[in-house]
Design a protein around this ligand. Structure first.
Ligand SMILES: Nc1nc2c(c(=O)[nH]1)N[C@H]1C(S)=C(S)[C@@H](COP(=O)(O)O)O[C@H]1N2
Ligand SMILES: [Mo]
Length: 368
C-alpha cells in the first residue's frame, strides 16, 4: 500500500477540486479561477509535500526545541508558546519556487506545476525573533536550520526537507512560527501544529511540522538546502551546460507576478458586452507597483485598478473592465514592482530546476 494513502484521503476530503500531480508524495494545485478571493480558502490552497506527512498526533503533545548557537536551549509545548509569546497575524502569499515550471522549454526535473502553486492566507503565530530572543541567539549566528517530522518517501527516519533562513530574515518581524491559517488551526496537510511563515521567500522556506530550530554559525545544509535545490544559477546557463553547484545561490526572494482569476480559461462573452478582467498581483520583498492588462495578445496594455496596499506581503486585487471585439480573445496580465522589474512576456532565464517562472499569464476565450 503506498505510504501516502492516508494523506491522499485527507486531500480528497479537504480539497476535492484540486488537480493532483502524479507523484509518490502528495502534491496538488487549483486552477487559477479557483483562486479568485483575497484570502485563499484552505479548500483551494495548493499542497506541496517532498515526503510523507507525519502521523496526526495530539497537538498538545507537540514540542518545539531551539538549540545550537544560543545562550539557553529551550523546548516548549504549543500551550507554553501561547502563554509566553505575543500572538501576531500576517497576511502573506505562499508560492512554490517551482510554480509555473511546466512552461519551461526544455522541460526540467521536478513536479510540472502549472500556475496554481500559490495562495494568500492570514497566518497567525509567534514572531520567530521573539523566540530567538528568549533563547539568547548568539551574535555569531548567521542562519537557522529547521527540522520536521515528515520523512522521505520509502525512507522512514530520513527527513524529507530541512531548510533554514539567513539570520536577518529569521529576525525580521514578518517571519513567524505559525499555528493558524485563515484563523483556524493549521490542517495536517499545511503543517500542523507549527510551521514557519517566511513572507517573500519561496514556499520551500516555509517549513511545515516544525519540531526543532538550530541556530547556526554557517549556512544550513539540510536535505533540499544544497546542490541546485531551491537555488538559481548566479549567471545565465544553457540547458547543454554542465552545472557546478558552486555557481548557484539560495533563492531568497520571489519575483513580481500576477494571475488572472476571472474570467476562466475558455470563457465566452456575448458580443457587445463588457467584460471584467481581474485577479491578483504580488511580489517578494520589493513592493508591487501596478498591473497592466492586454486584450489583444500583448500589443496594447491598459493600467488596471489596483486595490490599495494592505499587509506588505499580501497579494492585491487588480481589475479592469474592457469591451472585447467579437472573435477570439487572449487576455494577459503583467505586473511590475517599484524597482521597475516587470513580468516577462516569455519565459525568464531557463534554469536547470525550473524555478521562478513569472512569465505573464494568458487566458483565452471569445466574444460572440
Ligand atoms: N517539512 C516540510 N515542510 C515543507 C515542505 C516539505 O516537504 N516538508 N515543502 C515545502 C515547499 S517546497 C512548499 S512550496 C511549501 C508548501 O506549503 P503548503 O503545502 O502548505 O502549500 O511547504 C514547504 N514546507
Ligand atoms: Mo516549493
Amino acid at each position: 500500500m503506498p505510504e501516502s494513502d492516508a494523506e491522499r484521503a485527507l486531500l480528497a476530503r479537504d480539497k476535492p477540486r484540486l488537480f493532483v500531480h502524479q507523484d509518490s508524495a502528495v502534491n496538488a494545485e487549483p486552477a487559477p479561477a479557483l483562486l479568485d478571493s483575497a484570502l485563499t480558502p484552505v479548500e483551494t490552497f495548493f499542497v506541496r509535500n517532498n515526503g510523507i506527512v507525519p502521523q496526526p498526533g495530539d497537538a498538545a503533545d507537540w514540542t518545539l526545541t531551539i538549540d545550537g548557537a544560543v545562550a539557553d536551549a529551550r523546548r516548549w509545548t504549543l500551550a507554553e508558546l501561547k502563554a509566553r509569546f505575543e500572538t501576531v497575524s500576517v497576511t502573506a502569499v505562499l508560492e512554490c519556487a517551482g510554480n509555473g515550471r511546466s512552461q519551461f522549454v526544455p522541460k526540467t526535473d521536478g513536479l510540472q506545476w502549472r500556475l496554481g502553486a500559490v495562495g494568500c492566507a492570514r497566518w497567525t503565530g509567534f514572531r520567530l525573533a521573539d523566540l530567538l530572543d528568549d533563547v539568547g541567539a548568539l551574535s555569531s549566528a548567521v542562519y537557522t536550520g529547521h527540522f520536521s517530522l515528515d520523512h522521505a518517501v520509502g525512507a522512514p527516519g530520513k527527513p524529507a526537507l530541512s531548510r533554514g533562513l539567513p539570520i536577518a530574515k529569521a529576525l525580521s518581524p514578518e517571519t513567524l512560527v505559525a499555528f493558524a491559517m485563515n484563523d483556524a488551526p493549521l490542517s495536517l496537510l499545511h503543517g500542523a501544529p507549527l510551521r514557519i511563515v517566511a513572507p517573500g521567500y519561496p514556499g520551500s522556506a516555509w517549513q511545515k511540522w516544525l519540531s526543532r530550530i538550530a541556530v547556526l554559525e554557517r549556512e544550513h545544509d539540510g536535505p533540499k538546502m544544497t546542490g541546485t535545490d531551491y537555488r538559481m544559477p548566479k549567471h545565465p546557463v544553457d540547458p547543454d551546460d554542465s552545472f557546478d553547484p558552486a555557481d548557484f545561490a539560495v533563492i531568497t526572494d520571489m519575483p513580481v507576478k500576477s494571475l488572472i482569476t476571472t474570467p476562466a480559461e475558455g470563457f465566452s462573452v456575448p458580443a457587445g458586452e463588457r467584460l471584467t478582467v481581474a485577479g491578483f498581483g504580488w511580489s517578494g520583498h520589493v513592493p508591487l507597483a501596478g498591473v497592466e492588462v492586454s486584450a489583444d495578445g500583448g500589443q496594447s496594455w491598459l493600467e488596471a485598478s489596483l486595490e490599495r496596499a494592505g499587509d506588505p506581503f499580501a497579494w492585491r486585487r487588480f481589475a479592469i473592465e474592457i469591451a472585447p471585439p467579437v472573435g477570439p480573445i487572449v487576455l494577459m496580465a503583467r505586473a511590475r514592482d517599484i524597482a521597475g522589474n516587470r513580468q516577462p512576456h516569455d519565459n525568464p532565464g531557463w534554469n536547470p530546476r525550473g524555478y521562478l517562472n513569472n512569465r505573464i499569464h494568458r487566458v483565452s476565450g471569445r466574444a460572440e
